[in-house]
Design a protein around this ligand. Structure first.
Ligand code: NAD
Length: 329
């Protein structure tokens, strides 16, 4: 059995508790949360032991799950890694680039496993594409959410867009060449809505829009590549592929279009999207990596690279905001 301790049992921490309980090879040893009210409710509802000392909980487990507010990811991760424990940490992996670098180095030195909670990698609408060749040249992303004060201690880039940054970096295997970005702080002190263009060395361009002040929710990624369009709806959990029909494709819906290069047959298909719980899948995958001594699916390097792009975007936004302010003076 893998002994697990949870740090932070707020909104997402409670979902994690429910999912840890469903993994047969996990023993949920206890949790740490300084909020007495929250802790009392969790002790009563979940019947899990509350630890009052962080180090005592870490010493009692093989792995910890960090679901604290983002600025506290680093100190908790640091303590656990230095004690030789495996770590599952929510996204973003840390608050600052320096913290992210330190985590990467500590994980390597301590030879422990770390997984970052980039849960969309386990979204069934995305995993349905595991057998497809994804080589996009243009990517259009929309992640829109209604306003909720939870999570607004960080910008929309670190709160929401980082999910899409991680997905895109996992698909486009190329270095970032250039980033342009603009964002506006509408209801909070940091950008609540942003539009970003990321250009990659291989020619791919990704255009991302994230908002946490929208009336409607949307979580869509559209990939355009040679001969194909692939749409992924992370919210509605469906996936669509429209491409030039292959000779061996028999059951796809298809139609002909006339082009200057002659008649082309277009096929439309919807890969099977399994019923699934992405949080359970990501936590189970973390456990399996430890049991089999294999790399985690979203490791500390992935977590760092997503943070690095997110911080470059934030720099661009703050520079463009200061240019706007200067010209207004
Ligand atoms: P929350 O405010 O609801 O919960 C945070 C909890 O951490 C609170 O109960 C608080 O008392 C506790 N806490 C504070 N200091 C602590 C400490 N030193 N040690 C242990 N616990 C401490 O926040 P949330 O919405 O649950 O978010 C938590 C984290 O999860 C954030 O990093 C956020 O970015 C991430 N998150 C990820 C997703 C996702 O889709 N992967 C979704 C929501 C939140």
């Amino acid at each position: 059995m893998l002994k697990v301790g949870v740090f932070g049992v707020g909104h997402l921490g409670k979902f994690h508790l429910n999912n840890w309980k469903q993994i047969p090879t996990v023993e949920l040893v206890g949790f740490f949360d300084p909020n007495n009210e929250q802790a009392a409710e969790v002790e009563k509802t979940y019947g899990i032991k509350r630890f009052l000392d962080e180090a005592e909980l870490i010493a009692a487990v093989d792995a910890i799950d960090v679901v604290t507010p983002t600025h506290l990811h680093f100190p908790v991760c640091e303590m656990a890694i230095k004690m030789g424990k495996h770590v599952f940490v929510e996204k973003p992996m840390a608050n600052t680039i320096e913290e992210g670098k330190k985590i990467m180095n500590m994980v390597k030195e301590a030879n422990v496993k770390l997984q970052v909670g980039h849960v969309e990698r386990f979204n069934p609408a995305f995993t349905a594409l595991k057998n497809e060749t994804l080589k996009p040249l243009f990517i259009e992303v929309h992640r829109l959410a209604q306003f909720n004060p939870r999570g607004t201690e960080v910008s929309v880039i670190l709160d929401l867009m980082i999910h899409d940054i991680d997905i895109i970096l996992s698909i486009v295997k190329s270095d970032v060449k250039n980033i342009s970005a603009s964002g506006v702080a509408v209801l909070t002190d940091t950008p609540d809505i942003a539009n970003v263009r990321i250009e990659f060395n291989n020619g791919c361009v990704a255009n991302l829009t994230s908002s946490r002040i929208s009336m409607k929710k949307m979580r869509k990624i559209r990939l355009f590549q040679k001969d194909a369009y692939i749409g992924i709806d992370f919210l509605e959990k469906n996936t669509e592929i429209i491409k030039l029909k292959q000779p061996d494709e028999s059951d796809a819906f298809s139609f002909d279009i006339e082009t200057h290069q002659g008649t082309k047959t277009i096929s439309i298909s919807n890969p099977v999207v399994e019923e699934g719980n992405a949080i359970l899948s990501e936590l189970s995958s973390f456990v399996e990596s430890i049991e089999k001594d294999e790399p985690t699916v979203v490791n500390e390097i992935d977590g760092y690279l997503a943070m690095e792009v997110a911080h470059q975007i934030l720099d661009k936004i703050s520079k463009s905001a200061s240019v706007v302010n200067q010209s207004a003076e």
